[in-house]
Design a protein around this ligand. Structure first.
Ligand code: ZN
Length: 188
């Protein structure tokens, strides 16, 4: 089922996700619905907050973007990042490392707003899969950036929080308008 993607201005986007203690049939349905919603919106990542659920859960699939490379190190070996796609991360713990890089980002909760965001290049990830198994890997490039963006959502952090102040200032009118539109829609 395609779910409504929550837009900026809805307070659920600012909620820290609750840890998932048990992967119930409801959680599995939510995961399937999140993938369906993400693919329909042509996104490469979606956090539970973006479908109104403040949980430590995100889904990703970077295969839709072919011009921005990723790296993956799984069990100490360089591996094709596509091998772990589509990717479900439950209760992720992430540790960014390496040099910082700036690259464009967008967000399904901010339609048509894009900006360069500076983040560490590499990421160490530990999370549970949909089957409840522990998954550990290191990644770089687009995959690292996408997971850092989604992990921020799980903590109520949005990409506008990481924008340089001048860029955010420039987008102020668009952001205010989106926020007001979201608030007006929620009152209906
Ligand atoms: Zn986002």
């Amino acid at each position: 089922m395609i779910l409504e993607v929550i837009k900026y201005g809805n307070p659920v986007l600012r909620k820290k996700g609750v840890k998932i203690e048990k992967i119930t049939p409801e959680i599995k349905t939510l995961i399937a619905d999140m993938f369906e919603t993400m693919y329909a919106a042509k996104g490469i990542g979606l956090a539970a907050q973006q479908v109104s659920q403040a949980l430590q859960l995100t889904v990703l699939d970077i295969r839709g973007i072919t011009d921005r490379p990723s790296t993956l190190e799984l069990n100490g070996k360089e591996t094709d990042p596509e091998k772990i796609m589509p990717l479900v991360l439950i209760n992720p713990e992430v540790k960014p490392f390496g040099d910082t890089v700036s690259a464009p980002e967008g967000c399904l909760s901010f339609p048509e707003i894009y900006n360069d965001i500076t983040r560490p290049e590499k990421l160490e990830v530990r999370a549970l899969t949909e089957k409840g198994e522990t998954l550990e890997f290191k990644c770089g490039g687009l995959l690292s950036r996408a997971i850092q963006h989604e992990n921020d959502h799980l903590n109520g952090v949005l990409f506008i929080d990481r924008m340089p102040r001048a860029d955010k200032e420039e987008l102020k009118d668009e952001l205010d308008e989106l926020q007001q539109k979201t608030k007006a829609a929620s009152k209906k």
